[in-house]
Write a protein that binds this ligand. Structure first.
Ligand code: ATP
Ligand code: MG
Length: 257
């Protein structure tokens, strides 16, 4: 059975897309069949996967409106060795156009049901907002992965997200779990980051991934070449951290003997 993960944090620029692209590539390198769904009109996961968002005839947008099937819009990331459902700015219109549609929160879930059997992991890169697109991501997912920077306001932002997750659980997706919190852009020399990191572990215990993603310039450079970091500079600390994260996730998923 596939595992569907929504990568979510309404705070912008915390490393959601970097995590989506690099985790997809790392799981693919571990011989898993992976689909990365770009659910953000910014289209960064699409570009970061080496798929040019400017030259796309079809994206996730007509799928959410019910005009196309997921299979019709599917692309393959040659660079990352995984499949991609691309997005671009036209998705910004979906929020308004979906409001009057029936089952508007279930659109992605219903679309993914048609391809789910072909994948071990489906990763959904959500936009930086708690909007209808993100609700579609949370409704379609088995669990949520929350990338976060260890900053002063990080914990405050988390409580809004946890409230949204609870609402989605009550009304739309009773099985939704929190898969894990991922510390991103971590600088171990920063005392505040150390303190927030320790607080996170206190509050969330083993929901915090042991793998920490360091601040690493290679992770920031790779997307401009349309490459995941492990194809850009495999030995970089950033690429290695995402390989470790994939290993931690796969280890967690091994059933007890
Ligand atoms: P948005 O909310 O806009 O979708 P996001 O949460 O998806 O943003 P990213 O786009 O992944 O965040 O990252 C924000 C910026 O930080 C990007 O320029 C990215 O290249 C850079 N970045 C992400 N992770 C790291 C890291 N570990 N080290 C250095 N730079 C990073
Ligand atoms: Mg993003």
């Amino acid at each position: 059975m596939s595992k569907i993960l929504a990568i979510t944090n309404q705070k912008g620029g915390v490393g959601k897309t970097t995590t989506g692209v690099n985790l997809a590539a790392s799981l693919a390198a571990a011989h898993k069949r992976v689909l990365l769904v770009d659910l953000d009109p910014q289209g960064n996961a699409t570009m970061g996967s080496g798929v040019d968002k400017r030259n796309l005839a079809l994206t996730i947008y007509p799928v959410l409106l019910g005009d196309r099937t997921l299979a019709e819009v599917l692309q393959h990331s040659v660079n990352g060795d995984y499949d991609v459902i691309p997005a671009n700015r036209e998705l910004a219109g979906a929020e308004v156009e979906m409001v009057d549609l029936e089952r508007r929160e279930m659109r992605l879930k219903e679309a993914l049901a048609t391809v789910e059997a072909s994948y071990d992991f489906i990763l959904i890169d959500c936009p930086p907002a708690l909007n209808l697109l993100t609700v579609n991501g949370l409704t379609a997912a088995h669990a949520v992965m929350i990338p976060m920077q260890c900053e002063y306001y990080a914990l405050e932002g988390l409580s809004d997200l946890v409230q949204t997750i609870k609402k989605v659980r009550t009304h739309l997706n009773p099985g939704l779990q929190i898969e894990g919190l991922l510390r991103t852009m971590y600088d171990p020399r920063n005392t505040l980051a150390q303190q927030v990191s320790a607080q996170l572990e206190q509050h969330f215990g083993d929901k915090v991934y042991r793998t920490v993603i360091p601040r690493n310039i290679r992770l920031a450079e790779a997307p401009s070449y349309g490459l995941p970091a492990l194809k850009f500079d495999r030995n970089s600390k950033g690429a290695q951290a995402y390989i470790d994260l994939a290993g931690e996730m796969l280890g967690r998923d091994v059933p007890a003997a």
